[in-house]
Design a protein. Structure first.
Length: 201
């Protein structure tokens, strides 16, 4: 009971920090939507140990709408270029953004799914649920490949800390709260963390 409502009380105040970090704009809006979806999914996961598909589907739909608006609308700062035939061709930066989103959404979660299947064969127990993989697919759209990799490492650290603090080493553990915490961390400080890591290599 304490862990559930304590998590809600703390995390309910956090999306506002996204607005402080990014200011008014599309980036702040999409990250606030992402964090709020993850928080609601976390409460659902804590309460029922299940994560319905509607969370990642809704997040994917919102990402697609905001992507089209930010890339193609004049107020978004980028536009499709006329191709001379009355149609439009995709600008290179739009193609790049699509590739980055797709690689973050597919490559990283699929690699994690492969690792999870291998661990399940070794440990003879479920490690990461498919619903969690789909949530990471959603975060990959918003974060891209590099930041989603960082997200997975932070998720693992948060999940391990949660297991230790709640003494639930042998019990089923809701993973979405850990994803919510790690995603918020990446949204707020992921670029700085990656820059620091690269600088010390």
């Amino acid at each position: 009971m304490f862990s559930k409502y304590g998590f809600i009380a703390v995390c309910a105040l956090l999306p506002g920090t996204v607005l402080f970090r990014y200011g008014m704009g599309i980036d702040a809006l999409k990250y606030m939507v992402l964090i709020l979806l993850l928080l609601v999914a976390s409460v659902y996961d804590i309460s029922t140990m299940e994560v319905p598909d509607r969370f990642w589907i809704c997040g994917t739909f919102v990402w697609a709408v905001l992507f089209v608006f930010s890339e193609c609308h004049p107020r978004g700062g980028k536009r499709l270029l006329p191709d001379g035939t009355g149609g439009y061709m995709i600008r290179e930066n739009i193609r790049h953004d699509l590739i980055m989103a797709a690689s973050g959404a597919f490559a990283v979660p699929l690699f994690l799914l492969l690792i999870s299947l291998i661990l399940e064969m070794i440990l003879k127990r479920e490690t990461i649920g498919f619903a969690d993989i789909k949530i990471l697919f959603m975060t990959g759209l918003y974060l891209g490949p590099i930041r989603n990799i960082l997200n997975i490492f932070l998720m693992a650290a948060a999940g391990l800390a949660g297991c230790v603090l709640l003494l639930r080493k042998d019990e089923e553990f809701p993973l979405v709260p850990s994803i919510a915490i790690s995603t918020l961390t990446v949204v707020l400080a992921g670029d700085e963390m990656i820059s620091w890591y690269v600088s010390v290599l």
